[in-house]
Write a protein that binds this ligand. Structure first.
Ligand SMILES: NC(=O)c1ccc[n+]([C@@H]2O[C@H](COP(=O)([O-])OP(=O)(O)OC[C@H]3O[C@@H](n4cnc5c(N)ncnc54)[C@H](OP(=O)(O)O)[C@@H]3O)[C@@H](O)[C@H]2O)c1
Length: 350
């Protein structure tokens, strides 16, 4: 690419009528705006989130936008709620299994929901000297919400995604939201449960590193998945997105959670460098439905055809290099094996 894009609009996305998408964490922020992009292009989108009330409100707002932007006789997509609690991988497995019984196809899976930095900092400020919590399975909550549950969701839905990919004219995509902050992590290994439960101390930077480790896991996961899917010639494209610095609840909450100066930072500083939800969702919408990715998949040139496989995209819709650790195949494999081991131990996979 010789130029940097300034914007992604609906005209950069493929038509999604007849296509089905599922997006986690879609009741607010980047997930919400990604859902709106996909529904504008005609997709049937499932907003996978934990609160029915928040989901209903968000769906009403998106539907109003769809109606406003509809031309005469134009059919936009639709948005539906599916309950998903990311802090409990068992319930994620159940929700995904129910979804398999309900839908005949799944074209786009967007893993967006997460436990944010602000939630982690709140834990720091409210319970200083305490460690982040382990759940009843002995797994670190933030790793479960940000990585393990999305792993379970993706693995459970994989047969449907693979079946969809075998249909004529399909273009199945799996998108994980990560963060440029993954580059701060330099793990030696991901062997054993302790490696995914690793905490980096109770300081602010320690809590942030614990979050960053989950964002590294999001990339290692999809890179490994792309390798596995390619070995099976599944024809699915996996993409990882850093959305930029976006003015979402998670981020403004992060500023606000800083004692004394929080309100000032949120009110005066944040608006200077954070972008809107819509702009923040442009790269994820491109990853999920960009025309350029569809065109590249059809290329007769092998390098062009593989260009987006396992790609890491940064704003706006640029292919970028993740850290050397994120590209390390040994770490990718170790994380996959450790995750499977942990899930076997708690009875989620056999
Ligand atoms: N915003 C940024 O500047 C930025 C920068 C880099 C990377 N990212 C990445 O982009 C993605 C989206 O970020 P965002 O800022 O849009 O997020 P956000 O505004 O903080 O929203 C987080 C979403 O995750 C959901 N969630 C949290 N815990 C959950 C749980 N246990 N079960 C189900 N859903 C849960 C929230 O639902 P509730 O409303 O019910 O809490 C909400 O929908 C994240 O993966 C983040 O790491 C964002």
């Amino acid at each position: 690419m010789f130029f940097s894009r300034k914007v992604i609009t609906e005209s950069d996305l493929v038509d999604l009528h007849g296509k089905v998408a599922l997006v986690t964490g879609g009741n607010t922020g980047i997930g919400y705006a990604t859902i709106e992009f996909l529904a504008q292009k005609g997709a049937k989108v499932y907003m996978a989130s934990r609160s029915k009330e928040k989901a209903q409100k968000a769906i009403e707002e998106i539907e109003a936008e769809l109606q406003k932007s509809s031309g005469e006789g134009e059919n936009k997509g639709s948005v539906h709620w599916v309950k998903l609690e990311l802090s409990d991988p068992r319930s994620v497995k159940e929700a995904a299994t129910e979804f398999l019984a309900k839908e005949e196809r799944l074209d786009i899976l967007g893993n967006v929901g997460h436990l944010s930095k602000s939630q982690l900092l709140s834990i720091h400020f409210c319970r200083s000297e305490q460690r982040l919590s382990l759940n009843e399975d002995g797994l670190l909550d933030v790793m479960v919400v940000n990585y393990i549950s999305h792993f379970v969701l993706t693995e459970t839905l994989l047969p449907l995604l693979t079946r969809t990919a075998s249909l004529e004219d399909s273009d199945v995509r799996i998108v994980n939201l990560s963060s440029v902050s993954h580059t701060l992590m330099k793990p030696d290994s991901f062997v054993g449960k302790d490696s995914i439960n690793k905490q980096y101390g109770d300081s602010i930077s320690g809590h942030l590193h614990t979050y960053e480790n989950t964002k590294l896991a999001n990339i290692l996961h999809l890179k490994h998945l792309q390798t596995r899917l390619n070995a099976e010639s599944a024809g699915i494209t996996c993409l990882v997105v850093h959305p930029g610095a976006v003015m979402t609840v998670g981020v403004t909450g992060f500023f606000q959670s800083i004692p004394f100066v929080g309100w000032f930072l949120k009110t005066f500083l944040a608006p200077l460098f954070l972008v809107s939800w819509k702009q923040g969702a442009m790269t994820s919408a491109f990853a999920a439905a960009g025309k350029e990715i569809t065109a590249s998949r059809k290329s007769t040139d092998e390098a062009e055809r593989k260009k987006y496989e396992g790609a890491y995209l940064t704003p706006i819709a640029n292919i970028s290099e993740p850290s050397t650790y994120a590209k390390d195949e040994r770490l990718q494999r170790e994380l996959y094996e450790t995750t499977m081991e942990v899930l076997r131990e708690i009875g989620i996979v056999s």
